[in-house]
Design a protein around this ligand. Structure first.
Ligand code: PHE
Length: 357
């Protein structure tokens, strides 16, 4: 049996000496593979006498088992060593600077929102909030949208999958549901603005599927269109920091206001830039009107006692006009060069006393 002992120590030495997984596999194939040295020994059993076969067979099988388990053990050791080496090799220095060493800046939309908040806060408005994911009641029904009325479709609403109850939640199409949330939870007099994100399935140079609005709501005794017009015209003059901006009110329809109007700002859109105070174009920037008596009633306010006005303005569009960006879609394309050009310093916090922009 010395031949078996020699073979065993030979193969075990090769296993121990295998430098990596592929070398180990070569050793395995040469020993216990189909045509390997140990498999070859097993094939010689057929020509032996039964007694010889019994003894020799048991010895060869035991040898094969020992070699096999030595290979398995070595394989596990090599795999662990390989993983350790990879972990050591693949360290990442998180303190290294990134490829673009640009200072962060405030997105124009956030800057414009802060400017709006500071102007309205100065006029005595408080800031109210509501969720981006709304239900049908707050986004439509309480705002006097008739059931199945095409006005619901007009809004290009993003709906969620219906719940088991059949109710479909939606991404709010405007900030007007915050009017409802405020009126059901507060008693008049009310004077709030509600800045936030809004969503509609729409995309071109002046529409993006996600955009920002600032809603306004005033509820008190004896409120009329004159209050609405003064508030908006005063806001526009302060926002653009000039009296030279020309605006126009156009009659319009919203289910939740009566009468309703839209306000446009005169601008020039020739030459790939947008300029105010000149030109022959008008850009619609807000919708407004006197709060519809049905909306007041839906929120538990007596329309014979209280009246109010509301408006909803496009924040991103006002930013385009004020800072001369020609295409709304660029605002949300996350291009760091665009942000470097149009972004604001974090220290330039707008404030009605020290200036806006
Ligand atoms: N919610 C309207 C819109 O998004 C704007 C609006 C708000 C109109 C308040 C009137 C009063 O188009």
């Amino acid at each position: 049996m010395t031949d078996l002992n020699t073979l065993e120590s030979d193969v075990l030495a090769q296993v121990a000496g295998a430098a990596d997984l592929s070398a180990l596999d070569a050793v395995r194939v040469a020993a216990v593979g189909k045509t390997g040295s140990i498999s070859g020994l097993l094939k010689t059993l057929g020509a032996m006498s039964p007694d010889e076969r019994k003894e020799r067979g048991a010895a060869i099988n035991a040898l094969r088992d020992r070699v096999q388990s030595a290979i398995t053990e070595k394989k596990a050791a090599l795999e662990t060593a390989e993983l350790d080496a990879r972990l050591a090799r693949e360290t990442l220095d998180l303190t290294l600077p990134g490829p673009y060493r640009r200072k962060g800046s405030v997105h124009p939309t956030m800057q414009v929102m802060d400017e709006m908040i500071s102007i309205f806060a100065d006029m005595g408005f408080a800031v109210a909030e509501g969720p981006d994911i709304e239900d049908d009641f707050h986004n439509f029904t309480a705002l006097n949208f008739p059931e199945k009325h095409p006005a619901r479709e007009m809004h290009d609403t993003f709906f969620f999958e219906p719940k088991e109850t059949g109710e479909r939640m939606l991404l709010r199409t405007h900030t007007s549901p915050v009017q409802v949330r405020t009126m059901v939870s507060q008693k008049p007099p009310i004077r709030i603005i509600a800045p936030g994100r809004t969503y509609r399935c729409d995309s071109d140079a002046t529409h993006t599927p996600m955009f920002h609005q600032v809603e306004g709501l005033v509820i008190d005794k004896g409120i009329h269109m004159g209050h609405l017009k003064w508030t908006l015209e005063t806001f526009i003059a302060r926002f653009f920091e000039t009296d030279a901006v020309t605006t126009q009110f156009r009659p319009h329809h919203f289910p939740f206001t009566e009468p309703s109007a839209e306000m446009d700002v005169q601008c020039d859109r020739s030459g790939g830039e947008i300029k105010i105070g000149q030109g022959s174009s008008w850009l619609e920037i807000l919708g407004c009107g006197m709060v519809h008596p049905n909306v007041l009633r839906a929120c538990g306010i007596d329309p014979d006692e209280y009246q109010g006005f509301a408006f909803g303005m496009g924040v991103d569009r006002l930013g385009m006009l004020k800072y001369g960006m020609p295409d709304l879609r660029d605002m949300f394309s996350s291009d760091s060069r665009w942000l470097a050009h149009y972004g604001f310093s974090g220290f330039a916090a707008p404030n009605a006393a020290s200036g806006l922009s």
